[in-house]
Design a protein around this ligand. Sequence first.
Ligand SMILES: Nc1ncnc2c1ncn2[C@@H]1O[C@H](COP(=O)(O)OP(=O)(O)O)[C@@H](O)[C@H]1O
Ligand SMILES: [Mg+2]
Length: 209
Amino acid sequence: MNPNKILYLGAEAEIKTSVYLGLSAVEKRRIRKSYRIPEIDHMLISARTKEESKLIMEARIQGVAVPIIYDVDVENGIITMEYIDGHRIKDIIHRLTEKERKRICEKIGDGIARLHNNDIIHGDITTSNMILVDDTIYFIDFGLGCKDSEIEAKGVDLHVLMEAFSSTHSLYPQCFDYVLDGYKKRFQGDADVICKKIEEIVRRGRYRT
Ligand SMILES: Nc1ncnc2c1ncn2[C@@H]1O[C@H](COP(=O)(O)OP(=O)(O)O)[C@@H](O)[C@H]1O
Ligand SMILES: [Mg+2]
């Protein structure tokens, strides 16, 4: 892999390929915002970098596939991590058969439940933030994540994916049901309460003025 190639340039972060002790890596560097007071900007970038790397490590400890963290540079807002050489779920979901889609979506639900069993809220569960390698789904981008034990936080976390499926992948309305099937099997709390919460969030959204 060609090091120092920009893989992605977003509003919040730049992802660059890199090499760490001979291993293929990526560097996620948070972008400074000129409209923010520099001290506040530095504080926010440091805090998010710390939080994201902690959540990724914790997810890994709980058996969720995530990139290995190689290094964290809090001062400069850079996380160096394992390069996940696969395909974003977003890019391959349409190529799968219905049977494969069901299996992959159930696995996604299993991963989310493992996170939620440990009160890890991903914060941005979309099909761009999951990479498939062979038969493993890697969760990336915990940049909006946090720890939260509330039902509300878990419901909102799943609702983001529900929206992603209904907007980006509107051809596959069953996908989110498959995700919930996988989630229910793995979740250690009362999954029905979470499902009710999702329905409530949907209602709230509908009546929002
Ligand atoms: N560890 C990684 N391995 C491979 N690709 C990655 C990795 N981390 C990020 N990427 C790529 O960079 C994109 C943006 O990274 P992400 O962490 O999602 O940033 P943002 O917070 O700006 O969305 C991802 O959608 C993915 O394509
Ligand atoms: Mg992302």
